[in-house]
Design a protein around this ligand. Structure first.
Ligand code: ASP
Ligand code: MG
Length: 481
């Protein structure tokens, strides 16, 4: 089989774990063609983001301290991951090159107290450009004929939206195949940095947080891989967060659409575009736990099995959200009101998670991330209130959203009644409801203090603890990649 394996930050968090990753890859390389894609070491991207802020503020001492710490951490990881001096000698220049560039970029911005989106991506890309060479060394030491390259070198080409670049899929498909095809045919194992691409002009770009998953699926689609394996520190996609629902189960199989809905609502923090490149070609994506590699995990595929008629597959709690409600008769029967409202919110830089409007049209509610609420409210007040405009902008920030997901809900009757019946029986008041017309997701908002109880009520009403699935699941580390 041709498999693209992506390892998340916790899987490559230190030298010892990198050795473990290399052993895993070596084990699955027998009889298979492998491409390995890795994230930055755990927390390193967060550190780099902090570094960009310190640089922008001209905080020289903080920048130097952080650079020293990053250099130290990766040097130590190399030492722990690779024992052979010959291999260390191959990897060290790669680390030195990236560390050198990182230092120049960071110190340059510190002096200028200025950071363009382009240099910011230059800095953020360094996490992956430091972890992947170490993995490469560890693979060499395992006896694999591994080859290290960045996403750009591999052929991943993007637009120039620095920080949130979109892949140019046609060119990327062609170039990646050109680069990797001959290497794989030659029995080599490419190690490609996740998260990173390059513009047509050769500038480094990043896909946004969690972007390494997208790197893996882009490569898989380009080389017509048989499967993508995403290794992290959880057993797979689950019926609910096991911290909230102790008897949550691992889902053995879900569809691309279901996984997409679950990812949006954070069941496993997947980059939102991850599944696009593989869904089209029907390439299965398997989620596995590096710390329990023999667990079957979850497979995302075209025709998942139906779990003996189970309709709902997962229920997720989305914390840190706020609800904004606009009221005013001036919206009634007036085309363009919604457009003006959403335009104001968009211009404030706030992302909207849910929308609902009643047929009377006299109010519109939306759910936004809590950190963007005040900005959105200010923008709405500025642009919409006043004579002939809206009457009121209300907001509440002590709410949570709940997402109930399952492909079997489509066309099935009585699902909403069961969902809201369960919530009502738990004595919980529902503040807002939305269902996507895909009918694979029902979302609603409850007071924050009732969020977990609502999740448990639905999990138990649909007997998700009995789902004939991959087992109870276990989380080894403190958080997901
Ligand atoms: N290192 C990047 C991040 O933490 C990309 C990734 O891990 O997928 O967001
Ligand atoms: Mg990460």
């Amino acid at each position: 089989m041709k498999i693209v394996m992506k390892f998340g930050g916790t899987s490559v968090a230190d030298g010892r774990r990198i050795r473990q990753v290399a052993r895993l890859a070596a084990r699955f390389s027998t009889g298979n063609e492998l491409v390995v894609v890795c994230s930055a070491m755990d927390d390193v991207t967060d550190e780099l983001i902090a570094l960009t802020e310190e640089a922008r503020n001209g905080a020289e001492a903080a920048v130097s301290a952080r650079l020293r710490e990053l250099r130290q951490r990766h040097t130590q990881a190399l030492k722990d991951a690779v024992k052979s001096p010959a291999v260390v000698a191959k990897v060290r220049p790669k680390l030195a090159e990236t560390l050198g560039q990182l230092e120049k970029l960071a110190l340059g911005s510190t002096i200028l107290r200025e950071l363009t989106p382009r240099s910011r991506d230059g800095i953020l890309s360094c996490g992956e450009r430091l972890s992947n060479p170490i993995v490469w060394g560890a693979l060499l030491e395992q006896g694999l004929d591994a080859v290290y390259m960045t996403g750009g070198e591999c052929g991943i080409m993007t637009d120039d939206h620095f920080g949130d670049a979109a892949p140019l899929t046609e060119v990327t498909g062609y170039q990646v195949k050109e680069t990797l095809g001959p290497l794989l045919a030659d029995g080599k194992t490419p190690v490609v940095t996740g998260y990173i691409g390059a513009t047509q002009g050769g500038e480094t770009t990043t896909f946004g947080r969690g972007g390494s998953d997208l790197t893996a699926t882009l490569i898989a689609s380009s080389i017509d891989a048989d499967e993508v394996w995403i290794w992290s520190d959880v057993d797979g996609l689950m019926t609910a967060d096991p911290k909230t629902v102790p008897d949550a189960r691992v889902l053995a199989e879900v569809s691309y659409a279901e996984a997409g809905e679950m990812a949006v609502f954070g069941a496993k923090a997947l980059h939102p575009r991850t599944l696009e490149p593989v869904a089209e070609k029907g390439i299965p994506v398997r989620f596995k736990n590096t710390f329990r590699p023999d667990q079957p995990g979850t497979v995302v595929k075209s025709n998942p099995r139906g779990y003996g008629g189970s309709i709902v597959k997962s229920v997720a709690l989305v914390k840190s959200v706020a609800i904004i409600t606009l009221t005013g008769a001036s919206m009634v029967g007036r085309p363009g009101s919604a457009a003006r409202i959403f335009d104001a919110v968009a211009r404030s830089g706030t992302n909207i998670l849910m929308i609902s409007q009643s047929v009377s049209e006299s109010n519109i509610s939306m759910v936004v991330g809590r950190d963007g609420m005040q900005r959105a409210v200010n923008a709405l007040e500025l642009s919409m209130l006043g004579p002939g405009g809206l009457k009121q902008v209300n907001y509440e920030d002590d709410v949570s959203a709940i997402a109930v997901v399952g492909g079997g809900m489509r066309g099935a009757r009585g699902i909403a009644a069961r969902v809201f019946g369960a919530v009502a029986s738990a004595g919980i008041n529902v503040r807002m409801i939305a269902q996507g017309s895909s009918e694979q997701n029902i979302s609603f908002v409850v007071p924050e203090s009732d969020g977990k109880d609502a999740v448990r009520a639905i999990h138990s009403a649909f007997r998700l603890d009995r789902l004939n699935s991959g087992g109870p699941g276990e989380r080894q580390q403190r958080r997901q990649d």
